[in-house]
Design a protein around this ligand. Structure first.
Ligand SMILES: CCCCCCCC/C=C\CCCCCCCC(=O)SCCNC(=O)CCNC(=O)[C@H](O)C(C)(C)COP(=O)(O)OP(=O)(O)OC[C@H]1O[C@@H](n2cnc3c(N)ncnc32)[C@H](O)[C@@H]1OP(=O)(O)O
Length: 182
């Protein structure tokens, strides 16, 4: 199936909108994960989302340097948030590819710009660049992801049966936020 260009959903948040936490216990963005990444995201121009996170001592691999898997986690979150918020489709990561181009030291902030690249049926292609310490800083990490659209039952049948209720109770993602039959 050919990949088609994709535009944000008509009800997607507009450029400049700050995106909230989608789940308090999420390692990527949640407030209740002390050692988590606490990624903060804002919708950018076009089909983009801008995210930042600061590397702490909890994220080390080698002394003083971010663990590559943790950096991949940041991109998973940034790309997933781009898909979820801009397309309003429930989707999970099928494939995540990362290029580590420069070391990322503890204390540095990664500025991630993620964009929608296209869709082919249930497959959603996204990519992102992570700039070191400034929006126009050198690219330290680059990632490409394939997300696959799923039904909401993916989360309740494979994860927590009460997943949707828990997110709704916390004022987070609601069933009506999703375009379930795009
Ligand atoms: C105001 C706005 C409100 C809106 C609300 C927004 C709020 C914010 C929202 C959201 C933020 C979220 C942030 C979270 C970020 C983190 C995300 C994660 O980390 S997710 C966890 C890790 N991923 C998994 O656990 C998946 C495990 N895998 C699976 O469950 C399955 O393998 C699945 C669903 C991916 C696919 O399984 P199948 O049986 O449904 O479908 P099949 O046929 O296998 O695949 C469909 C198509 O995709 C391709 N595909 C699947 N995996 C692939 C791969 N690894 N590489 C290449 N192609 C792959 C296949 O070849 C197929 O393509 P062909 O249709 O045939 O062309």
């Amino acid at each position: 199936m050919d990949t088609e260009p994709v535009a944000p959903h008509p009800d997607a948040p507009t450029a400049g909108s700050k995106l909230g936490v989608h789940f308090d216990e999420c390692f990527g963005c949640g407030n209740e994960q002390e050692a988590g990444l606490h990624l903060q995201s804002t919708v950018g121009e076009g089909a983009t989302v801008r995210s930042q996170f600061t590397v702490t001592e909890a994220h080390q691999g080698a002394p003083g340097l971010a663990h590559g898997g943790l950096l991949a986690c940041a991109f998973d979150e940034a790309l997933g948030s781009t898909v979820g918020n801009l397309l309003r489709r429930p989707a999970v990561t099928g494939r995540l590819e990362t290029d580590f181009r420069r070391p990322v030291p503890v204390g540095s902030t990664l500025h991630i710009v993620a964009k929608l690249d296209g869709v082919a049926g249930r497959k959603i292609y996204v990519s992102a660049d992570g700039h070191l310490d400034a929006e126009d800083g050198p690219v330290a990490v680059r990632a490409r992801g394939l997300f696959v659209t799923v039904g909401l039952e993916h989360f309740t049948s494979h994860g927590d049966a009460d997943a949707l209720e828990k997110m709704r109770a916390a004022g987070r993602v609601k069933r009506e936020d999703w375009d379930i039959n795009p």
